[in-house]
Design a binder for this molecule. Sequence first.
Ligand SMILES: [Fe+2]
Length: 336
Amino acid sequence: MSSILLILQKRIVSLAVLCCLLFVAETALAQITVYSGRNRALVEPLVDRFQAETGITVRVRYGGTTQLAVAILEEGRRSPADVFWSQDAGALGALHNGDMLLALPDSLTQALPPQFRNSAGSWISTSARARVLAYNTKQISAEELPASVYDLTKPEWRGKVGWAPANASFQSFVTAMRALDGEEKTRQWLEDMRRNGAIAYNNNNSILQAIEAGEVLVGLTNHYYIDRALGSNTNYPIWFAFFDAGDSGNLINIAGMGIVAPSRRVEQATRFIHFMIQEEAQQFFRDSTFEYPVTTGLAPGYRLIEDVLELAPEIDLDLLEDLDGTLRLLRQTGLL
Ligand SMILES: [Fe+2]
């Protein structure tokens, strides 16, 4: 009798232990780690909503996009990251080429136009931004603007162009130019721009201030800086234009996400990424950053994202990975 009781007791204990282990495993599975190169103000509100809706806990490690991509590559199979949220395509390309991203399910990749994901389907965009030419509307009309970014080296633009060679978005654009038009043509353009008196500013906001102050007539920047500065000021003297369709100067870059290869929480990570391309999140990005949504139907009123995509050059965004080559070129041409 007592031996039967003992066996029963043991069984109950082991059952309890098993339940406990299952519970712990379950909790661990209901938690994902996101490495985010996007800043906290932009990520936290959405993470909170995702957690409340799904019960999945999200731990976020914030940092610079490049720094986090390097960290994941160094951590390799031991990386605790489930999702990498990048500010630009280049860092995602680096992880893809380093075999550190999983192929995403069709439910994610097929939700977006092909320009907003890499061809291998290992990352997708969460929002987009376009390179544009900002100009002073009181001093020049849209019809007088150049057809190509390469025209800015002509004598009529001497000393009239502002740019920001140290800015990450500018550097991504130069990387795209190298991929699209070749190393030599890009080097020549950089040298010709410098010789033509292009004025270097620290960042995109300073370019806009210089245009407003009449220091320069036009400037190479991202579209959303103008929208932000415009706000409700109908007298704001700056607007922007694209170059002719397909011009390298019209690059569309993205912020995007992929699932880090060693992740054992693929399902939860997939749900997280899916959440970020749904209407609520897309609207949030548009309203707080003025970037373009990547799903259709939510583009800012003045231009539909479909139109912008037609203007953008066709490029495999994984190629934006080669930032080192761009930095080298900018140093060689005396711009950094
Ligand atoms: Fe920016």
